[in-house]
Design a binder for this molecule. Structure first.
Ligand SMILES: *[C@@H]1O[C@H](CO)[C@@H](O)[C@H](O)[C@H]1NC(C)=O
Ligand SMILES: *[C@@H]1O[C@H](CO)[C@@H](O)[C@H](O)[C@H]1NC(C)=O
Ligand SMILES: *[C@@H]1O[C@H](CO)[C@@H](O)[C@H](O)[C@H]1NC(C)=O
Ligand SMILES: *[C@@H]1O[C@H](CO)[C@@H](O)[C@H](O)[C@H]1NC(C)=O
Ligand SMILES: *[C@@H]1O[C@H](CO)[C@@H](O)[C@H](O)[C@H]1NC(C)=O
Ligand SMILES: *[C@@H]1O[C@H](CO)[C@@H](O)[C@H](O)[C@H]1NC(C)=O
Ligand SMILES: *[C@@H]1O[C@H](CO)[C@@H](O)[C@H](O)[C@H]1NC(C)=O
Ligand SMILES: *[C@@H]1O[C@H](CO)[C@@H](O)[C@H](O)[C@H]1NC(C)=O
Ligand SMILES: [Cu+2]
Length: 642
C-alpha cells in the first residue's frame, strides 16, 4: 500500500469513528497556532502603474494564496492592523457548499444545527460584528464535507474587497485522485482599479447628490497590468503578467472573478479551454473557445500545452491571454502572456520586462453571450436532491429595481432595491445573529409579514424561510427609474443554490421546465450566477430579464445574498436571509456565545488579550490522522506567475 492510500484509509478510519466534541471555549494564547494568518494594513500601494492608498492583505494585491485540505477543520487568523477601519473576511462561498445538509446530520448527532458555523461567515452586521482596529479574529472553518475547489477570500466591509482578496484553494483529500489529470496549475485572478480611495467611492455612492464611481481604470490580472490612468510608476505592477508554460503539459487554470465591477470575456490565442469546475464543484468536461466570468464566479479549465512541433510550425512561443470587460459604456481590454520560453529549444527572443500590451487586440472576443452555458453545465456528480419544480413550496420573486430620486438636484439619490427594500451595512446597528441571541424572537423577521410583502419583512429588512421549505428565488431585473437595465452577478452565502437558468423578460416556469427537460440532465449548483441584460435601455418598471435558483432550506442561520458588484452592494443591493426560527438558530447556550455579542468582545483578540473562542468542530481526536493543512508561504512572491 502506498503512502497516500494509507493516509486515505487512516483518514477514513478517523472520520468514521471520530465524533465532534461538544462546543467549548478555548483561550487562544501563545500556544495556539493558527493554520493560516492574514495581516491587513493600509498603505500607499503601487498598482496598475499608479500609487493608490489601499487596504491590503500581507502587503500585497492580491494577498497570499491559502491552500487548505478538504476533510480538515482549520483556523484562519485575521489581524486588523489598521488604526481606524473595521474589517471582516469571507471565504467564498463561505465554505458550506452542497453538503450542508449532511453537515447538519453530523451536527445532529450532537443535537446541534449549523447555527454556530455562521459566526465564521464574515458578513458584517449579518452574522458578526466587524473586527475593530488593532483586533484580530480567528475563523474556524470546517472542510470535513467540503470537496476540493476554487474559492477566494476577501474583506466584506465597504469597498475593501477591491484590494483585499486572495485565492482560497481547497485541495483534494489525500489519496483521492482528481477526476481530471493535469501536470500543473495556474491561478488567474481578475480585479478592478479605481484611482479613488475606498472612502471617496463609498461617499459618492451613498451621499446626496449621488456620484457614480466611474468606469474601472484597469482590469488587473493577478494584481498587475496597465491601468487607464496616467502612469506614474514603472515597477513590477506596471507590466503584463507572464504565465510560464511547458510544451505538451496539461495545465489547470483556476479563474477567479475578484472584480469590483467588471464582467469579463476571456480567451487565449491558439488555446482552447476545457471547463471542469464551476464555483467549487467539478463539471462534466465541456470544450469552450472562451469563458465569461463575473464578480464572485470561479471556473477551472484544462489547457493543453502546445507541442514543440506546433510551436515550431507557428514560429512563436508566446501567446496573449486577452480579457475584455462587458456590459459597460466603455470596454477595457487587458492582457497576459503564456510563455513557452525555451521549452523546446526554440530560441525565444522576446523580452518580457517592461513588456507592453499589443497595439491591436489579437483576438476578437464575442459580445456578451447571455445565458452562457446556463443549460449546458452539469456537475460531474449531479446533486442528488436538486429540487424539482413540483417540490417547490414557495417562489420568491425578487424585483431588482434601481430607484433614482431628485434627479439632477443636490439631493439626487440612487439606490438598488429588492422588492422595495435596500440593505446597507449601516441598516442595522447590531448583527442579526447577535441580536437574535440577545433578544431572541424580537429580532426575527415576521414570517407572515414577509409572505404578504413578497418575501421580505420591510421593518427587519430580512427575508425569512422556515426549515423544510423548498424555495425558488427568481431575480427579476426591472427597468430603472431612468430607463436602464444592468447586469448583476448574484452571490449567495451558505449552501449553494440549485441553478435553474436565466432568460429574457419574465420568468415562465412552464417554458423553463421545458428547457431544463430538453437539456436532459440535473442542472448545476452555483454560488454566483449572472443576471444578464439584453439591452442597456428598458422602460421603467418593465420586467427585463430573470435568473433563478432553488434551495431546500435545511440550514438554520443568517446568510447574505447580494450582488457581487461592490458598487451595487454599497448602493443597497444586499439581502439578509434568516433561515429557521429562533429555536432552530439559537442552539448554543448563552455563556458559550457571549463573547461574540459585543463589538470588540472577548472573542476578538488584541495585544495582551488572547481571544476566548468557541471551538465548534473539534473532534474527539485532537490530532486527526491524514488531515494536513497546506499553506505554502511565499508562493505568491511573484504575483502574476502563480
Ligand atoms: C466599526 O464597527 C462598529 C460595530 O459595528 C461600529 O460601531 C463602528 O462605527 C465601525 N467603525 C467604522 C470606522 O466604521
Ligand atoms: C490619482 O488620484 C490622486 C488623488 O486624487 C491624484 O493626485 C493623482 O494625480 C491621480 N493619478 C492619476 C494617474 O490620475
Ligand atoms: C478551438 O475549438 C474550435 C472549435 O470549437 C476549433 O475550430 C479550433 O481549431 C480550436 N482551436 C485550437 C487551437 O485548438
Ligand atoms: C480610458 O481612457 C481613455 C482616455 O482618457 C478613454 O477614452 C477611455 O474611455 C477610457 N477607458 C475606459 C474603459 O474607461
Ligand atoms: C538557437 O540559437 C543558437 C545560437 O544563437 C543556434 O545555434 C541554434 O541553432 C538556435 N536554435 C533554433 C532552434 O533556432
Ligand atoms: C433587548 O431587550 C432589552 C429589554 O427589553 C433592551 O433593554 C435591550 O436594548 C434589547 N437589546 C437589543 C439589542 O435591542
Ligand atoms: C408560459 O409559457 C407557456 C409555454 O410557452 C405559455 O403557454 C404561457 O402562456 C406562458 N405564460 C405566461 C404567463 O406568459
Ligand atoms: C501573512 O503574513 C504573515 C506575517 O506578516 C505570515 O506569518 C503569514 O504566514 C502570511 N500568510 C500567508 C497565507 O502567507
Ligand atoms: Cu448588481
Amino acid at each position: 500500500m502506498d503512502w497516500s492510500s494509507f493516509l486515505f484509509l487512516a483518514w477514513l478510519w478517523v472520520w468514521g469513528c471520530s465524533a465532534f466534541k461538544d462546543p467549548h471555549i478555548v483561550v487562544h494564547d501563545d500556544s495556539f497556532v493558527p493554520d493560516a494568518v492574514l495581516r491587513i494594513t493600509e498603505e500607499d500601494y503601487s498598482i496598475g502603474c499608479i500609487t493608490r492608498h489601499s487596504v491590503v492583505a500581507n502587503g500585497s494585491v492580491p494577498g497570499p494564496a491559502i491552500r487548505l485540505q478538504s476533510g480538515s477543520v482549520v483556523w484562519i487568523r485575521v489581524y486588523n492592523d489598521m488604526l481606524d477601519k473595521n474589517l471582516t473576511m469571507v471565504g467564498i462561498p463561505n465554505l458550506c457548499a452542497r453538503t450542508c445538509a449532511s453537515f447538519l446530520q453530523l451536527d445532529h448527532w450532537h443535537g446541534l444545527t449549523m447555527a454556530a458555523a455562521p459566526w465564521a461567515d464574515g458578513t458584517p452586521r449579518a452574522s458578526q460584528f466587524e473586527i475593530g482596529p488593532l483586533f484580530f479574529f480567528d475563523y474556524e472553518i470546517n472542510l470535513i464535507e467540503i470537496g476540493p475547489g476554487t474559492y477566494f477570500w476577501h474583506s466584506h466591509v465597504d469597498f475593501q474587497a477591491m484590494t483585499v482578496f486572495g485565492p482560497l484553494i481547497i485541495e483534494q483529500k489525500p489519496g483521492i485522485p482528481p477526476p481530471y489529470e493535469y501536470d500543473d496549475e495556474k491561478i488567474v485572478l481578475f480585479s478592478d482599479l479605481y484611482n479613488k480611495t475606498d472612502e471617496e467611492i463609498k461617499k459618492g455612492l451613498t451621499q446626496k447628490p449621488f456620484k457614480w464611481t466611474g468606469e474601472t481604470g484597469a482590469l488587473l490580472i493577478n494584481g498587475r497590468g496597465f491601468g487607464n490612468y496616467t502612469h506614474t510608476n514603472s515597477d513590477e505592477s506596471c507590466s503584463v503578467p507572464v504565465f510560464d508554460m511547458e510544451a505538451e503539459k496539461t495545465y489547470r487554470f483556476r479563474w477567479i472573478g475578484a472584480t469590483a465591477l467588471s464582467f469579463a470575456s476571456v480567451a487565449i490565442e491558439e488555446h482552447n479551454f476545457t471547463l471542469i469546475e464551476a464555483d467549487g464543484d467539478w463539471l462534466k468536461e465541456i470544450e469552450v473557445p472562451f469563458i465569461q466570468i463575473g464578480s464572485g464566479q470561479r471556473y477551472s479549465t484544462l489547457i493543453e500545452g502546445l507541442s514543440c512541433d506546433q510551436l515550431r510550425a507557428m514560429g512563436k512561443s508566446s501567446f496573449y491571454l486577452q480579457a475584455e470587460t462587458r456590459d459597460r459604456p466603455t470596454t477595457f481590454t487587458s492582457y497576459a502572456i503564456l510563455d513557452y520560453g525555451n521549452s523546446c529549444g526554440l530560441n525565444n527572443t522576446k523580452h518580457y520586462e517592461n513588456f507592453a500590451p499589443p497595439l491591436e487586440p489579437p483576438l476578437h472576443l464575442p459580445p456578451t453571450v447571455q445565458g452562457w452555458l446556463d443549460y449546458d453545465l452539469q456537475n460531474l456528480t449531479p446533486a442528488p436532491d436538486f429540487p424539482t419544480a413540483e417540490e417547490v413550496t414557495r417562489t420568491i420573486y425578487v424585483d431588482i429595481f434601481q430607484l433614482t430620486t431628485d434627479k439632477g438636484t443636490k439631493d439626487e439619490h440612487v439606490t438598488w432595491m429588492q422588492n422595495g427594500v435596500s440593505w446597507y451595512e449601516e441598516s442595522v446597528r447590531i448583527p442579526y445573529l447577535v441580536a437574535l441571541y440577545l433578544n431572541g424572537s424580537d429580532f426575527l423577521p415576521d414570517y407572515d409579514v414577509a409572505i404578504a410583502n413578497g418575501g421580505v419583512d420591510p421593518v427587519k429588512k430580512a427575508w425569512p424561510a422556515k426549515l423544510g421549505e423548498v424555495i425558488e428565488i427568481i431575480f427579476q431585473n426591472t427597468g430603472s427609474t431612468q430607463g436602464g437595465a444592468d447586469i448583476h452577478p448574484m452571490h449567495i452565502h451558505g449552501k449553494h443554490g440549485g441553478y435553474i437558468g436565466s432568460g429574457k423578460g419574465e420568468y415562465n416556469r412552464t417554458e423553463n421546465e421545458e428547457k431544463l427537460k430538453k437539456a436532459g440532465h440535473t442542472p448545476v449548483l452555483r454560488d454566483s450566477m449572472m443576471l444578464y441584460r439584453y439591452s442597456s435601455k428598458e422602460k421603467t418598471g418593465v420586467k427585463h430579464s430573470w435568473m433563478g435558483l432553488r434551495q431546500r432550506v435545511t440550514q438554520a442561520g443568517v446568510y447574505m445574498m447580494h450582488c457581487h458588484i461592490l458598487n451595487h452592494m454599497l448602493m443597497g443591493m444586499q439581502q439578509v436571509l434568516v433561515f429557521g426560527d429562533s429555536k432552530d438558530i439559537l442552539t448554543l447556550p448563552l455563556p458559550l456565545v457571549e463573547g461574540y455579542l459585543t463589538y470588540g468582545g472577548p472573542v476578538y483578540g488584541t495585544k495582551g488579550h488572547p481571544p476566548a473562542v468557541l471551538h465548534f468542530f473539534d473532534s474527539e481526536d485532537d490530532e486527526p490522522v491524514g488531515v494536513e493543512v497546506v499553506t505554502p508561504q511565499g508562493e505568491f512572491e511573484n504575483p502574476g506567475n502563480y
